[in-house]
Structures are given as structure tokens and as C-alpha cells.
Design a protein around this ligand. Structure first.
Ligand code: IVH
Length: 677
């Protein structure tokens, strides 16, 4: 190699490196080297370019380097959680959504008024105004805690820095979606995969000057905390803040009835390509804010809103292979490896085949030409096989009956429906290394321990290097070894260390969700945490002599059924689970479950409902009780404080039992009186 070739090689390797670290920083939000390390490569590359003109023809370092990667932003707890939305994909989903709202409110109204807004595909942020002055600006983060990106948000020219008017609330929190226009994206498209990533990357620049270089825009779509709260409708709120200088989307409007919703959905979908910003659906929100309040939220999303996605993007490709993946619950999922194809702007090379029955039903074979589709963030799916292109050599796929670990798999029979499950499962739990690895990925995920810098890929890397095999290993990492690994440096190791340490303090409900008991999602984990309160009580499930007793008392919890009880029983009777989780608990500081509404009128009281109410559904009554500090039980026991009896068809047996146990009975009339007082 002559010296010119050597210079080119060095230059290209530096450019590659800078691009890689830009990607880690901007797109993956996971910087792996320090400012100084990045600057060193940058400086060296610029000098090479200055010295050797011929390099300028190859690339230009100026086009590549953004701001210097730096440490994370300050974290701030949101005044109100930033939730996400559940999705609807077709008319049936919307009909179902409207039905659920009716059921919850105990009404029968097909034409509830919704406010329909385009769902902007950008990055969400929240702006807090105190006495009209923009005082905080946060990213969504994990929904509970965001990052302080105020200075960056301030660079967006039409975000009001000060709002004036006599009716401006003392505290006003405006939620908005930040985006980059399609036109502006064209100018910087080499640096980012799509406009959404570009907006995210720009917003997360430590130096706000860098943010101001990428022209960001925004639409305000909602509110967080407001004091005093005087708005009555979503439409009214948006109109008002528009008057105060906020940009709102002009395609938003009120709509009611399934026919009008369908028309609006179609109309906006038709406009989609002509808009200068990306949208991926409509958001339908109950317009009446009082009804929104009554409907409230589930764990992650409001009951009063839904994202009605546009139809999935489709593409044709060929199956190269079918492989098997093992999930954390042991589910064996077949995955089609396909010839890479772009679907809706994203290159797809895998598509899920769901299960054995699906392969059989659609007669999917290796070598087949297939249609695949991708809707939103959902994993791409195989829609159909083009049988006219099938070749004789494409043989039927024989579904393996053993797990990748070698153990036989089983299709379980549901205890309640008595039907055979479509999914094959490996039942080895932590004894199957494939399941174990997936369990670790679940444990570190956002809704569980939420360890920054320890995502799925890092779990894979650490697993392969034997750095983590069990949950407790996460808290005993060999940081010196990690520092020497490719892609790691002093800064990233320090960040990881502090993220791991911080995650040791965890609430009981998060902990229960994290350990991955089958059928125990976030909602059930909260119910269990509210029952056990402390880790020491919860740990009694590991004591063989006590388990049955505890399981019997769980039956009384509203929301916990036979399926969950069996899953808990299986989990805690497994000796490996016992060892692994006790080792984990020993590393942690698990805080008692705190009912955030414990000061309410039902504080520390246990209630049960029987019969229907005139003005509200059972679900609403339950949520009112919980929001006011109460616990709702599913069966009568001595521990019950109140049995609330609705006028419509209450169960006589329950009333008699309650009377016998001297439990206070509350009639529907009394219940309404308590709520109105
Ligand atoms: S309302 C309680 N309205 O979508 C959640 N969200 O999946 C209320 N988004 O985090 C969200 N356009 O970043 C709402 N018109 C719109 C939106 C919108 C985009 C984003 C937002 C949110 C995510 C929810």
C-alpha cells in the first residue's frame, strides 16, 4: 500500500467511525465514547482533509459531524404522566372503542363527540408555563420522568416564550409533537434514517446552537397540568392556545358517529402524501373534558383516546428461510427471513409467522413469494403467499417439536376454555438459555428496571461474553472488562454504572412486573403490589408452607383470576426461579407500594360491588374507589369494609354474607351521596 492509499484508508476509517458514533448518539440515544474521544477523531479527520485536497472528493467531515456527544440531560419528573395511546387498525376496532366508552360510562350513545386530530409522527415534548412564562421544557422520557430540553425547545421560533392575556392559567402545561418538515428533511437526509429520527437527534443536542441549525416545527395537541382548570372541551382548549400563539393542526375537527369517523379517516389518509409532515393515523379524543376525566386511564393509555392508524404499507418479497425464536415465556415463534425490502420507508428483512397453525393455514414455505405488511411499530407480518410463483422445490415447512435448547415443546391446554393453545412452548424457564436471555431483556426494559444504556443489544453482547446470565449479575458487572470492549469507553461505562446503581431502587409493582411471571402484566403487578405492600410480604410466596394460603387470598382480588393464580403458583414452585429471584432481591432496595391516592375518602378501605348502578358502570365505580384510596375486592371476606349494593340485580347471597360478617352495606343512593359530598 503506498502512502496515499494509507491516508485514504485512515480517512475512510475515521469517517466510518464518526458516522457510527453519530448514529449511536443521535439515533440510538446511546453514546459510547466521551466528548474528548469523539473530538479527537473529528480533529484528526479535519486535519487530514486540510492537508490532502484529494480527500475532499471522497467525503467531507463537515457534513458528518454534529454536536459533540455529551452526557445525558437532567431528569425531571412529569407533573402528570405522559401516556401513550392504544391503537385501532380498522372500523371494528373503532366500534369496539366506542362501545367500551359507553360501557364504562354506563350510557348508550353511538354519537359521542370526538375531536379528531392527525397523529403527527415526531417526538413528543411538554412545555410548562408559570404565570405565562415558559419555565420548563421536557422530553417524554419513560412517561413518568422526562429530560430537561428547555434550551433546545426554546430555539424553535414559534414556541411562545411568554404568553399574555388575562385568562392565562397560573400553571399551564402544553403537550406537543416536534417534527421536521419533509422539505427540510431532504436537506439533511444523509445523516438520519427518517424525519422522526432527525427531529429526535436535533432535540437531544447538548448544544442548543446545534438544535437551531435543524429547522424544527411543532403542533400542540394537548395539556398536562393546568391550574386553575377552566376548559371544558379539547376543541376549546386548542382554539384558546392557538389564540395565545401556539401552532395547532388545521386538519383537526370535531366528529361523531362511525360513518363520519370513517370518512374523516379516509379523507386525511388521502391527504397524507401531500402534507409537509409525516402522519401515521388519526387521534380520536372524547371532546368533553369532564367525560375524559371520568374515563381516566389504564396503566399506559387513556380510555378516552385512541390512535386510528392508516392502513398498513405492503410489499412483495421472497422467503429465504424460516427460523425459530424463543420468547421469555417460552413461546416458540417462527420468523420468516426475507429478501430485504423497503416497506413504508423502513428496510424489512424479518417477518413474524406467529405460530405453527398460521404457517399451516396460509401454507407458507421457504422459497415462496409473499406479500408482507407493516403497520406502525408492529412487527411486519406475512399477509399471503403468491401461489402462482410457487416452485416445485418449495416443500412444506416441518415445524420443530423441540426448543432451540433441545427440550421438547408443548401446546398447553387452557384450563378455562379447554382448548389447545396455538403456540408451542418450551417449559424450561431459566434452564433454557434462550428463555433466560429473553427474560433478562424484559427485566431491563423501559417498563421494568429501565436501565439506560442496557438495551436488548447490550444484553446480547454481555450474555455472549458471560458477563450476565442471571438478573443479579446485572448488579455485579465487571466494569473493567466492559471498558475494554469494542464500542465501550470511560464515559459509557460510567453512565452504565450510574444507571445500574440508580435502578437498584425500585418500587414493588415495577419489581413484580420485571420478574416476568406469566400473565402478570403491569396492571396485574400493581394489583398484587397493592395487596402485598412490601417485598417481605411478597417474598413469603417463596415459602412453600405459606404459598397455598397466600394464593387462596389472592382469589379475592378483583382482576386476578384462575389463570394468574396458576401462573404465580408455577413460578414460585420452581426452585430455580426461587434462587434467582432471592439473589436478585438481595441486590435491591425495593420500596413499599405506595397508593398515590391514599388520602382519598376510601383511604385504606376495602370495598366490593354487587349489582349495577344507574349513573356509572362497575368499572367506573371501581376506578373511583381506587382513585380515592380504596382497594376493590372480588369476593366477600372478613377484611371487607364496605359492600356497595347497586339497585340493578344485586346478588342476594353476597348481601346475606356481608350482613352475617357485619360488613357495612352502602346502597346506590348512599354511594352517590358520598361521591357528591
Ligand atoms: S394525544 C395520552 N394527539 O402520539 C396520550 N398524541 O402514542 C395523549 N402524538 O406521545 C396523546 N400526534 O407523541 C396525541 N394529535 C396528537 C398526537 C399525538 C402525535 C404522539 C404523542 C404521543 C403519542 C402517543
Amino acid at each position: 500500500m503506498n502512502s496515499k492509499e494509507k491516508i485514504i484508508e485512515k480517512y475512510q476509517s475515521n469517517i466510518k467511525n464518526l458516522k457510527k458514533h453519530n448514529d449511536l448518539y443521535f439515533n440510538k440515544d446511546n453514546p459510547k465514547i466521551s466528548d474528548a474521544e469523539y473530538d479527537k477523531i473529528k480533529k484528526e479527520t479535519i486535519e487530514l482533509e486540510k492537508k490532502h485536497d484529494f480527500l475532499k472528493k471522497i467525503d467531507s467531515v463537515k457534513d458528518i459531524v454534529g454536536a459533540t456527544p455529551t452526557n445525558k440531560f437532567k431528569k425531571i419528573k412529569h407533573l402528570k404522566p405522559m401516556l401513550s395511546l392504544s391503537n385501532a387498525f380498522d372500523k371494528d376496532d373503532i366500534v369496539d372503542f366506542i362501545k367500551k366508552i359507553n360501557n364504562f360510562l354506563n350510557i348508550n350513545k353511538k354519537d359521542i363527540e370526538f375531536f379528531s386530530e392527525p397523529k403527527i409522527d415526531g417526538i413528543s415534548a411538554t412545555l410548562i408555563y408559570e404565570k405565562g412564562i415558559l419555565s420548563k421544557g421536557l422530553s417524554r422520557g419513560d412517561g413518568i420522568t422526562g429530560e430537561d430540553i428547555l434550551e433546545n425547545l426554546k430555539t424553535i421560533s414559534n414556541i411562545p416564550k411568554k404568553i399574555e392575556g388575562k385568562d392565562v392559567p397560573n400553571l399551564l402545561e402544553v403537550r406537543c409533537e416536534i417534527y421536521i418538515s419533509k422539505k427540510d428533511f431532504v436537506k439533511i437526509k444523509d445523516k438520519f434514517a427518517n424525519p422522526r429520527n432527525a427531529a429526535g437527534g436535533s432535540l437531544r443536542q447538548k448544544n442548543p446552537k446545534e438544535t437551531s441549525k435543524i429547522p424544527l416545527k411543532y403542533f400542540a395537541y394537548g395539556f398536562g397540568a393546568i391550574e386553575p382548570m377552566k376548559f371544558e372541551k379539547q376543541s376549546e382548549f386548542l382554539k384558546k392556545i392557538n389564540g395565545w400563539g401556539f401552532s395547532i393542526n388545521s386538519l383537526s375537527k370535531t366528529v361523531s358517529g362511525i360513518k363520519n369517523i370513517e370518512n374523516t379517516h379516509q379523507k386525511i389518509d388521502n391527504l397524507r402524501a401531500s402534507l409537509d409532515y409525516d402522519i401515521d393515523g388519526l387521534v380520536l379524543k372524547v371532546n368533553d373534558l369532564n367525560l375524559q376525566k371520568r374515563l381516566g386511564n389504564t396503566s399506559n393509555s387513556p380510555r378516552w383516546a385512541i390512535a386510528y392508524k392508516f392502513s398498513a404499507e405492503q410489499a412483495v418479497t421472497k422467503i429465504k428461510d424460516i427460523i425459530i425464536q424463543v420468547g421469555r415465556t417460552g413461546a416458540i415463534t417462527p420468523v420468516a427471513k426475507v429478501e430485504p425490502v423497503t416497506v413504508g420507508g423502513v428496510v424489512v428483512s424479518n417477518a413474524t409467522l406467529h405460530n405453527e397453525d398460521e404457517i399451516e393455514r396460509k401454507d407458507i414455505r421457504i422459497g415462496d413469494t409473499i406479500k408482507i405488511q407493516r403497520a406502525g411499530d408492529v412487527i411486519p407480518q406475512v399477509v399471503s403467499v403468491d401461489f402462482s410463483k410457487r416452485e416445485k422445490k418449495n416443500k412444506k415447512f416441518i415445524f420443530p417439536i423441540n426448543c432451540l435448547c433441545g427440550a421438547p415443546t408443548k401446546k398447553e391446554i387452557s384450563k378455562s376454555t379447554k382448548k389447545k393453545d396455538a403456540v408451542r412452548r418450551c417449559l424450561k424457564g431459566y434452564d433454557c438459555k434462550f428463555i433466560a436471555k429473553e427474560k433478562l431483556k424484559h427485566l431491563v426494559s423501559k417498563e421494568a428496571f429501565n436501565i439506560d444504556g442496557l438495551g436488548k443489544k447490550v444484553v446480547d453482547q454481555f450474555w455472549n461474553l458471560n458477563l450476565i446470565k442471571e438478573p443479579s449479575d446485572i448488579f455485579n458487572l465487571d466494569y473493567d472488562k466492559i471498558r475494554d470492549l469494542e464500542g465501550w469507553g470511560d464515559l459509557s461505562v460510567e453512565n452504565l454504572k450510574s444507571a445500574v446503581n440508580k435502578s437498584k431502587i425500585i418500587s414493588l409493582d415495577r419489581f413484580i412486573y420485571s420478574i416476568g411471571v406469566r400473565h402478570i402484566g403491569q396492571e396485574n403487578a400493581k394489583i398484587l403490589a397493592a395487596f402485598f405492600i412490601s417485598i417481605s410480604e411478597f417474598s413469603k410466596l417463596f415459602e412453600e408452607k405459606k404459598t397455598d394460603n397466600i394464593l387462596n387470598s389472592l382469589i379475592e382480588l378483583d382482576g386476578i383470576g384462575e389463570t394468574q393464580i396458576n401462573a404465580i403458583k408455577n413460578f414460585f414452585s420452581n426452585s430455580k426461579n426461587k434462587k434467582i429471584n432471592i439473589d436478585l432481591i438481595n441486590q435491591l432496595n425495593i420500596s413499599d407500594y405506595a397508593n398515590k391516592n391514599e388520602d382519598g375518602i376510601f383511604s385504606n378501605k376495602r370495598l366490593m360491588f354487587t349489582g349495577g348502578f344507574q349513573n356509572m358502570s362497575r368499572s367506573e365505580a371501581k376506578s373511583i374507589a381506587e382513585n380515592n384510596g380504596g382497594k376493590v375486592l372480588g369476593s366477600i371476606s372478613k377484611k371487607l369494609d364496605f359492600l356497595v349494593v347497586g339497585d340493578t340485580k344485586p346478588t342476594k347471597k353476597k348481601i346475606d354474607q356481608a350482613k352475617r360478617l357485619k360488613i357495612k352495606i352502602i346502597t346506590e343512593k348512599e354511594w352517590n351521596k358520598i361521591l357528591n359530598s
